[in-house]
Design a protein around this ligand. Structure first.
Ligand code: 6PG
Length: 242
């Protein structure tokens, strides 16, 4: 695991955009396509806007880039709570990318059917075995959740399914499993804001407490993980362990 502490969310977003563009070129050069899984939440919004901006848009070969999502809320795709909508409004609607390259989770199908539909989509695309995403973008909640994998949830042990339904009082969700996340080539975990400081502290300095948080269990088996953290979230840490 490696990490970078950057001044603020702008700096995080620029660094993530630079990495996205570089990985996409590398993957397209070696395997002919770049497969990314996007996250919801507020943190990646600037990154999505940057990728579709004049500064970065022309540097990506969008026709060879495929977008998947790490999780989705069980709402229609037009909903303000839809992770797809966030990426659509700030990125996908502003670039020229074939519809066939967009592999969204159908939250409107509900948790079980939506999870099965997305699992079928992954199997069609990747074939047998665990999918290998070139890049997975993740965020972390104040409780240490990532994607829709919440602390203490039994779903953290899921080994058979690739996608699982998550039932919650507020909003049901659909998420990739930890095994799929940890099979990626590269993972970027973006963390911004003081409200994340306490949990981040537990994850980065205490190897035992780290395991209490799904974000702390993100540890790619063959790939690499980079935490991009802003100063507010880092708090007293000036340097990260690597
Ligand atoms: C979601 C996300 C989720 C998110 C974290 C952080 O569907 O909400 O995929 O895991 O990344 O909750 O959210 P913020 O970026 O809003 O802090």
């Amino acid at each position: 695991m490696a990490g970078m502490i950057l001044p603020d969310i702008d700096a995080i977003s620029h660094e993530a955009a630079r990495i996205f563009i570089n990985f996409s070129k590398e993957c397209i050069a070696t395997r002919g396509r770049f497969i990314a899984a996007l996250s919801g939440g507020s943190t990646p919004q600037k990154l999505y806007a940057l990728l579709s901006s004049d500064r970065y848009r022309g540097n990506a070969e969008w026709s060879k880039i495929h977008f998947f999502w790490v999780d989705e809320r069980c709402v229609p795709k037009e909903s303000e709570y839809s992770n797809f909508r966030l990426s659509f409004d700030h990125l996908i609607s502003r670039i020229s990318i074939p519809d066939a390259n967009i592999h969204r989770i159908k939250g409107e199908f509900g948790p079980e059917k939506g999870a099965q539909d997305y699992e079928d989509e992954l199997k069609d695309f990747f074939g047998v075995g665990l999918p290998i995403f070139d890049l997975i973008l993740l965020g972390m909640g104040e409780d240490g959740h990532t994607a829709s994998l919440f602390p203490g949830s039994k779903s953290l042990d899921e080994k058979e399914r690739l996608v699982i339904p998550v039932y919650a009082e507020k909003m049901n969700r659909i998420t990739l499993t930890l095994s799929v996340l940890n099979n990626a080539r590269h993972i970027l975990l973006l963390v911004s804001g003081q409200s994340k400081m306490r949990v981040l502290n537990d994850i980065l300095v205490d190897n035992e407490r780290r395991k209490n948080y799904p974000a702390g269990l993100v540890q790619p088996v063959h790939g690499d993980l980079l935490w991009l953290i802003d100063e507010a979230a880092a708090g007293k840490f000036k340097r990260m362990k690597s």
